[in-house]
Design a protein around this ligand. Structure first.
Ligand code: HPA
Length: 291
């Protein structure tokens, strides 16, 4: 699938025609956290299948929907249902909704995921601010003709996760009475969990956590100049670290255990996503544009 700007504009125009607010923050939520979409106030829900060219989720019974409204007073657009490479989507398809967000005027994104802990100091249930990522040589969502309207052919990835937003999350967690880990997220294609040898390789390369999502969306967001806050929930220790097999049930169980803490963190961050953050971002952008 080669998406054109026109296709993205058609998707954005349709969404615009259904809403009366300007969403500021896009949320893409990992396994178990999608429920945050149910807390959105004055919500407009748009099924993916109604949006021109929008991909559909392969999860039976959940085609996926956008939820647009406010969370803690901040106008947001939540993707309930996300797309993974292991489901058979191309990276370009996974990046499509992020580009549609950008066309809707959304300048920042919060992305969360479930991840295996590679750092032996971590424990299941830890939440980790993603400071950087490692992606191997599989397809990029930007492969193919560059769409100059979004960003340059060779885009800068020197601060893929906006430090100011990570710092804000750390401050909010402290206020709420817990601490966050910080670390590097490695993207693996899945759907198999990694082998112990692969995890040892990732540790040597400096990865603290490993998962099968997030990176394609982040590359698309950064290409179009969006600011990103990424948070992993360490749902299990990665393969070979403990003498026990991995399974998806453990991922879901740990995810469910920390769901409320995770949700309070995201809401707290949105509540404090104050004008200072927005102002300093606009200020930085203007500085870059005029230099
Ligand atoms: N590996 C990859 N993806 C994951 C894991 C893991 O151990 N846990 C949750 N998502």
């Amino acid at each position: 699938m080669n998406y054109t700007v026109k296709m993205m504009q058609e998707a954005a125009e349709y969404i615009k025609s259904q809403i009366s607010i300007q969403p500021e923050v896009g949320l893409i939520l990992g396994s178990g956290l999608g429920v945050l979409g149910d807390d959105v106030e004055n919500a407009v829900r748009i099924p993916y299948q109604d949006i021109p060219h929008f991909p559909l989720s392969t999860v039976v019974g959940h085609a996926g929907q956008l939820v647009i409204g406010t969370l803690k007073g901040r106008p947001v657009m939540v993707m309930q249902g996300r797309f993974h490479f292991y489901e058979g989507y191309s990276m370009q398809v996974i990046g499509f909704p992020v580009r549609v967000m950008k066309l809707l005027g959304i300048e920042s994104m919060i992305v969360t995921n479930a991840a295996g802990g590679c750092n032996p100091k971590f424990n299941p249930g830890d939440l980790m601010i993603i400071t950087d990522h490692i992606k191997f040589f599989d397809e990029s969502p930007l492969r193919g003709p560059n769409i100059d309207e979004f960003g340059p052919r060779f885009n800068d990835m020197s601060e893929p996760y906006t430090k100011k937003l990570g710092d804000l999350a750390i401050r909010v967690a402290k206020k709420l009475g817990f601490s966050l880990r910080k670390g590097i997220y490695a993207h693996m294609a899945g759907p198999s969990f990694e082998t112990p040898a692969e995890i040892r390789m990732l540790q040597v390369l400096g990865a603290d956590a490993v998962g099968m999502s997030t990176v394609p969306e982040v590359i698309s967001a950064v290409h179009s100049g969006m600011k990103v806050l990424g948070i992993s929930c360490i749902t299990n220790m990665a393969a070979g670290i403990l003498d026990q097999p991995l399974n998806h049930e453990e991922v879901l169980e740990t995810g469910a255990m920390v769901r409320d803490t995770f949700a309070s963190l995201i809401k707290g961050v949105l509540a404090e996503w104050d004008d200072i953050v927005v102002y300093s971002m606009n200020h930085e952008r203007k500085k870059q544009e005029s230099s």
